[in-house]
Design a protein around this ligand. Structure first.
Ligand SMILES: [Zn+2]
Length: 479
C-alpha cells in the first residue's frame, strides 16, 4: 500500500487531469526539460534516444524509396519568403526574425526557417534545367522554429526536430503518386513501429498546408479521445515552381514547370507515444522503438553470485535485445518504479533463489504480468513477449479509437458524441462549404481532421446546413 501511495504523490492520474498527467510523465520519465526561453525544450538523453530510433526507421524508409538527404541553411531572407503569397500568409504569424548581426542592423530581415519550401525552391531553380534532371527527391533532417503562443513539450514547442521531404517531378501524376507514397511510409512507421493506428485522408481546403494544392494526413487518437495530426504530405502543384521559376525543358523541347511535393514527420510523435500508450504508472514505450527493451534488476545483489549472474545475462541477451542493468545500491522497489515510469517494455528480476532454480522473473510493463522463465528459454520467451506487447499496444489503441468514434446525422448527435466521450472522432457528412466547417468549429470546438480515403455515405445531407453533402469527414478536438 505504501508503495502505491508514494507513487500517487509522484504523478497525477490520467482520468483526473490528462494535461497534468502528460507533463508529469514528460518530466518524471526524464524525456525533456524546459529551455531558458519560454516554450523551448531540452530533449534529454532518454527522449532523444527514442527520437533516434524513430529517425533511424524513417530514414531507412526514405532512402529505400529513392530519396537523398541534404541540408539547407537555417536562415531565409524575407524577400524569398514573400515569393509565394499563400505560403507567407500561412506562416507569418509564427515566424521568428533575425534583425541584427552582431551590433549591426541587417539590410534585410532573416527568418529562422519554420519550414524550408522556399529554400529548396530557390536551389531547385538553379539545378533543374532538363527532364533529365528529374525527379529530384531530397530530404533533410533539421530543426525548425515556430513562434507558438501556447506550447507543450513535443506537441507544440517553439523549436522542434523533424524531417522534411521536398521533391520535384515532371508530371502531376508522378508528383501525386509521391504524395500518397510518402503518406504510406508515415502510416507504416506509426502503425508498425510506434503501435499507433492512423486514419489516412485528405485535409479540407481550410486545413491544408499554406501553398499546397492538397494535403494528405494521418490522424491518430490519443487516450483522452483528442486527435493528433501525426504526419502530412502535400502536393504543391506548380504554384511554387511558378513563383520561383523552376522550369525544365521536356523531351518535346517545351519549357515546363515542375510539379512538387513536401512532407514532414516530427518529434511530436514522441508526444503521441506518451498519450496513446501511457498509463497511471507513466510511459509505455513500444518495444520496436524502446531505447532499452529489457531492464535487469538484480535482487539481493550483495549475495554472492547474484551480480555475476546478472551481468552474464546482460551480455548473453545483448546479442539480440537492447538490454540495461541497474546494479546501483538503490532499493529494488525504487528501481521497479523508475523503469515502469520510463516505460521499459520488460523487466527481469534475478535473485539467489532464482539462480538456484535456474530461472528468472519476467515482468511486462504494459500488463504488469509476471512469469517465471527457465534461463534456457529466456531468449525465446523475451522475443515472443516483446512481439506480444508490440501487437497488444496497437490493438488497445485501436480499440480506444473505435470505442471513441461516433456517427452523427445532425448537430444534436454531434454535440452529444463529443460530450459523451470527452472528445473522440465524430463521423459526419459535410457539404464542402467553408462556412459550415467554421460553424461546426465555433459551436463544438471540433475541427475537420480529414476526409478519409475510404468514405462511406452516412446520410444525404450536411450535418450542419442540411444541404446536399459532398464528403464524409472525421471531426475531432485536436492537439
Ligand atoms: Zn453544410
Amino acid at each position: 500500500m505504501s508503495k502505491k501511495k508514494q507513487f500517487v504523490e509522484e504523478i497525477t492520474s490520467m482520468d483526473q487531469d490528462f494535461a497534468k498527467w502528460y507533463t508529469d510523465v514528460v518530466k518524471k520519465a526524464d524525456l525533456v526539460d524546459y529551455g531558458p526561453v519560454r516554450g523551448s525544450m531540452i530533449i534529454r538523453p532518454y527522449g532523444y534516444a527514442i527520437w533516434e530510433n524513430i529517425r533511424d526507421v524513417l530514414d531507412k524508409k526514405i532512402k529505400d524509396t529513392g530519396h537523398e538527404n541534404v541540408y539547407m541553411p537555417l536562415f531565409i531572407p524575407e524577400s524569398l519568403l514573400q515569393k509565394e503569397k499563400d505560403h507567407i500568409e500561412g506562416f507569418a504569424p509564427e515566424v521568428a526574425w533575425v534583425t541584427h548581426g552582431g551590433s549591426e542592423e541587417l539590410a534585410e530581415r532573416l527568418c529562422v526557417r519554420p519550414t524550408s519550401e522556399v529554400l529548396f525552391c530557390e536551389h531547385y531553380k538553379d539545378i533543374i534545367h532538363s527532364y533529365r534532371d528529374l525527379p529530384k527527391l531530397y530530404n533533410q533532417w533539421s530543426n525548425v522554429v515556430r513562434w507558438e503562443k501556447t506550447t507543450r513539450p513535443f506537441l507544440r514547442s517553439l523549436e522542434f526536430l523533424w524531417q522534411e521531404g521536398h521533391t520535384c517531378h515532371a508530371t502531376k501524376t508522378e508528383a501525386e503518386e509521391e504524395t500518397y507514397k510518402m503518406l504510406e511510409v508515415y502510416a507504416s512507421v506509426c502503425e508498425d513501429y510506434l503501435a499507433i493506428p492512423v486514419l489516412k485522408g485528405k485535409k479540407t481546403e481550410k486545413e491544408k498546408f499554406a501553398g499546397a494544392d492538397f494535403t494528405l494526413t494521418i490522424e491518430s487518437m490519443m487516450h483522452d479521445g483528442k486527435a493528433l495530426q501525426s504526419g502530412t504530405s502535400h502536393y504543391l502543384g506548380t504554384g511554387f515552381a511558378e513563383a520561383f521559376g523552376i522550369q525544365y525543358t521536356d523531351q518535346d523541347g517545351e519549357l515546363k514547370h515542375v510539379h512538387q511535393t513536401s512532407w514532414g514527420f516530427t518529434t511530436r510523435l514522441i508526444g503521441a507515444i506518451i498519450m496513446v500508450h501511457g498509463d497511471d504508472r507513466g510511459l509505455v514505450v513500444p518495444p520496436k522503438v524502446a531505447p532499452t527493451q529489457v531492464m535487469i534488476v538484480p535482487i539481493a545483489q550483495h549475495k554472492e553470485g547474484v551480480l555475476d549472474k546478472a551481468y552474464e545475462l546482460k551480455e548473453q541477451l545483448s546479442n539480440q535485445f537492447r538490454v540495461g542493468i541497474d546494479a546501483s545500491d538503490k532499493m529494488p522497489g525504487w528501481k521497479f518504479n523508475e523503469y515502469e515510469m520510463k516505460g521499459i517494455p520488460l523487466r527481469i528480476e534475478i535473485g539467489p533463489k532464482d539462480i538456484e532454480k535456474n530461472q528468472a522473473v519476467l515482468v511486462r510493463r504494459d500488463t504488469g504480468e509476471k512469469v517465471f522463465v527457465d534461463l534456457n528459454d529466456l531468449e525465446s520467451e523475451i522475443t515472443s513477449t516483446l512481439e506480444d506487447i508490440q501487437q497488444e499496444l496497437f490493438q488497445k489503441a485501436l480499440n480506444n479509437r473505435e470505442t471513441k468514434t461516433s456517427v452523427a446525422i445532425n448537430m444534436g448527435e454531434f454535440e452529444d458524441a463529443l460530450t459523451r466521450d470527452g472528445g473522440g472522432f465524430v463521423k459526419a457528412m459535410w457539404c464542402g462549404k467553408l462556412e459550415c466547417e467554421e460553424k461546426i468549429k465555433e459551436e463544438t470546438g471540433a475541427t475537420s481532421r480529414c476526409i478519409p480515403f475510404e468514405e462511406d455515405k452516412l446520410a444525404d445531407n450536411c450535418v450542419s446546413c442540411n444541404e446536399q453533402a459532398k464528403h464524409l469527414v472525421y471531426w475531432g478536438k485536436a492537439y
